[in-house]
Design a protein around this ligand. Structure first.
Ligand SMILES: Cc1cc2nc3c(=O)[nH]c(=O)nc-3n(C[C@H](O)[C@H](O)[C@H](O)COP(=O)(O)OP(=O)(O)OC[C@H]3O[C@@H](n4cnc5c(N)ncnc54)[C@H](O)[C@@H]3O)c2cc1C
Length: 342
């Protein structure tokens, strides 16, 4: 915590792909940004939920993993020297008599700017935890709620839990490298994309993945290292399955958190915006990316990139009515190229 108030042009709440790209768009116009994120690194969902999975629908990038995309976005915006305030939540927002906004974070840092951009995605998200006896003993040692590094699971016996996209996607991704994978799900039906479900069922039919319909009832191991899990099947049988790592994918608890108290116009936990500017109903506050909503909204990274560009071009004249906005092509505009340092 510092006593100093950080003054900048734009405070961005959320350092996911869309918040990071907003830094670049703002930088082209000559605006400086500070970003706040409650995670310990930039990247939002891309690095938190699927760092090693390929994304196929980023324009001009036929195949790029979540982590690679974030690395490249960070590189692209680096000429504009964004400042990150990580491991802290954007908490209290207050309008000053100057018309600027003052943001206080959960770590007591205070930032001030004429523009606040809410790029908070799904809000602050935490995994839903199952209710297994002594679960906390094994957490951070042999129970993982997300996959940071696939190589950790090389030649290991894994038990995955869940019936949604995450659980089935990770079965498909980890199957080639794990020693053995067992998926535990309480019923036969899945909530996954049909193609993913079909591929999963094929692996089960080929004997490459075990599927058990049932519930985990016991975790057994030593000093936080799992040895096996006890499963009660839907038929009432009890089975012990060897397990080096247990990966429950039971969904995320999503909460807008403090953002819900800033007086913004909310619609089903999303922030309503004007699509010509991506302004919220409160002047000076904008919302882009997954967190914003409007009738034709598609929750995709590419949509968020577009929203970031439109937002910056609208926020600049709002916040700096006396300054000339230098717009143009990066290919030909020398003022923009000077800013980029190229
Ligand atoms: C498994 C999976 C696969 C996907 N595949 C694709 C795909 O192929 N193509 C595609 O286009 N999209 C895909 N998506 C969706 C894509 O990841 C999202 O659309 C994108 O991440 C949205 O970016 P964002 O920056 O708006 O939000 P996010 O990535 O959610 O980032 C928001 C950030 O805000 C932070 N935050 C929230 N509230 C606060 C607060 N009060 N204080 C501080 N920080 C806060 C969060 O910690 C988070 O880091 C996928 C999503 C998942 C889960």
């Amino acid at each position: 915590m510092s006593d100093e108030v950080v003054k900048t042009d734009m405070i961005i709440v959320g350092a996911g792909p869309v918040g990071i790209f907003a830094v670049f768009e703002a930088g082209l116009l000559g605006l400086k940004c500070h970003l706040i994120d409650n995670l310990d690194r930039p990247g939002g969902q891309c690095t938190e939920l699927y760092p090693e999975k390929p994304i196929y629908d980023i324009p001009g990038r036929p195949k790029v993993t979540g982590q690679e995309l974030i690395d490249d976005l960070m590189l692209q915006c680096s000429p504009f020297d964004p400042q990150f305030h990580l491991n802290q939540q954007a908490k209290a927002l207050k309008k000053l008599s100057s018309g600027h906004w003052q943001m206080t974070t959960s770590q007591g840092e205070v930032l001030e700017a004429p523009i606040v951009v809410v790029a908070a995605g799904a809000g602050s998200f935490v995994p839903k935890k199952p209710k297994y006896p002594e679960l906390e003993v094994y957490e951070e040692k042999s129970v993982d709620y997300s996959v940071y590094k696939m190589s950790k699971y090389q030649d290991k016996e894994l038990v995955l839990v869940g019936g949604g996209d995450s659980a089935l996607d990770w079965v498909l991704s980890l199957q080639p490298l794990a020693k053995k994978i067992t998926l535990v799900h309480r019923r036969e039906g899945f909530r996954a994309a049909p193609d993913t479900e079909a591929q999963f069922k094929q692996l089960v039919a080929d004997g490459k993945v075990d599927f058990i319909m049932g519930n985990i009832k016991a975790l057994n191991g030593t000093d936080g290292q799992l040895e096996n899990v006890g499963i009660e099947t839907v038929d009432g049988d009890f089975i012990d399955v060897n397990c080096d790592y247990l990966l429950p994918f039971m969904g995320l608890k999503i909460s807008l958190g403090p953002i819900a108290e800033w007086g913004l116009n909310l619609n089903k936990k999303h922030v309503e915006v004007d699509t010509t500017t991506f302004a919220t109903d409160i002047p000076g506050i904008y919302a882009i990316g997954d967190v914003c909503t409007y009738p034709s909204k598609i929750k995709l990274i590419l949509t968020g990139f577009y929203e970031a560009a439109v937002m910056c071009h609208a926020a600049f004249p709002y916040a700096f009515p006396d300054r000339k906005m230098a717009t143009g092509y990066t290919t030909t505009n020398t003022a923009i190229q000077d800013r980029l340092g190229v």
